[in-house]
Ligand binder design. Structure first.
Ligand SMILES: Nc1ncnc2c1ncn2[C@@H]1O[C@H](COP(=O)(O)OP(=O)(O)OP(=O)(O)O)[C@@H](O)[C@H]1O
Ligand SMILES: [Mg+2]
Length: 258
């Protein structure tokens, strides 16, 4: 097997007396979707925040391509190829879909808001932003105001914003949140299509999506990884079943709802 693109070892993060990340080990390999599942409050978002550098960790190491990135800033991690999406979307509602992505591209190129105005006439920038929109199925919504788009389209747009830095590793925090069945199916298709562009660590409560997309799954409970393996191994794991359901119950993708 090739070397992992992301390798996390012994990661610890406490908030006062609460150990939110308890000696976590996770590897993500090139070209793979690694899903991170677990009940509410298990520490999934906290782990993502440490991986992208928004939160510092108390102990352990995070390595990208075999080199530690402990202490590396959020911006520098983006330049190294890490990008995240958020559990709660953060977009500019009075700008168009295309402008939101163009702004993200511009920010990732190192410019600030002060230089925003010329962006609207920067055809190369707009073309790049358009390409990201096409990857997430939003090409025909480029001119819509963000305030007027549907929730599912917001989730797609959020993904396009994350793609603006052309990451090699995407950290996705609940891309299916609040989506109906049709929109979820569309998002699954979009993420499957992005697999050839970026590896992914996918935090998700929607088990249909997890079992449709994941090459490997890690299960986080009270900050600890209690199991890690293929979807088949996770489905069959007694420890995982016990963590989610009463012991001895059968576990199907439709049951494993956090
Ligand atoms: N900044 C913080 N200060 C104190 N406690 C925090 C902070 N951030 C998270 N926590 C706590 O850490 C634990 C893990 O929270 P986290 O948001 O990472 O869980 P999660 O697995 O993402 O849950 P969900 O599935 O609901 O999104 C929770 O008990 C939460 O209350
Ligand atoms: Mg969360």
């Amino acid at each position: 097997m090739s070397e992992p693109i992301l390798s996390v070892r012994g990661l610890v993060k406490s908030f006062g007396g609460l150990v939110a990340t308890d000696h976590v080990d996770v590897d993500v390999y090139p070209g793979e979707i690694h899903a991170l599942i677990g009940p509410n409050g298990a520490g999934k978002t906290t782990l993502i925040a440490q991986l992208c550098g928004e939160l510092s960790h108390d102990a352990g190491t995070i390595a990208l391509d075999g080199k530690t990135i402990d202490g590396v800033s959020v911006a520098d991690r983006v330049h190294l190829g890490l990008a995240r999406s958020f559990q709660i979307t953060c977009l500019l509602p009075t700008y168009t879909v295309l402008e939101n992505v163009a702004l993200a591209v511009q920010i990732r190129q190192g410019h600030s808001f002060r230089f925003w105005k010329p962006v609207r006439s920067d055809t190369a920038l707009l073309a790049r932003a358009h390409a990201h929109l096409a990857r997430v199925g939003l090409a025909d919504r480029a001119d819509a105001l963000v305030a007027n788009i549907a929730h599912g389209e917001r989730k797609q747009l959020e993904l396009a914003v994350a793609l603006a830095s052309e990451p090699r590793l995407l950290l996705l925090d609940e891309p299916m949140a609040g989506l109906g069945p049709v929109e979820s199916a569309e998002m699954i298709e979009i993420l499957a299509g992005l697999k050839s562009h970026a590896s992914m660590l996918l935090v998700e409560h929607d088990m249909d999506a997890v079992f449709a997309l994941a090459d490997r799954i890690s299960v986080l409970v009270y900050g600890r990884v209690i199991a890690s393996g293929t979807p088949e191994e996770i489905r069959a794991s007694e420890e995982v079943k016990a963590a989610y359901l009463g012991e001895g119950d059968e576990l199907g993708a439709e049951d494993l709802v956090c």
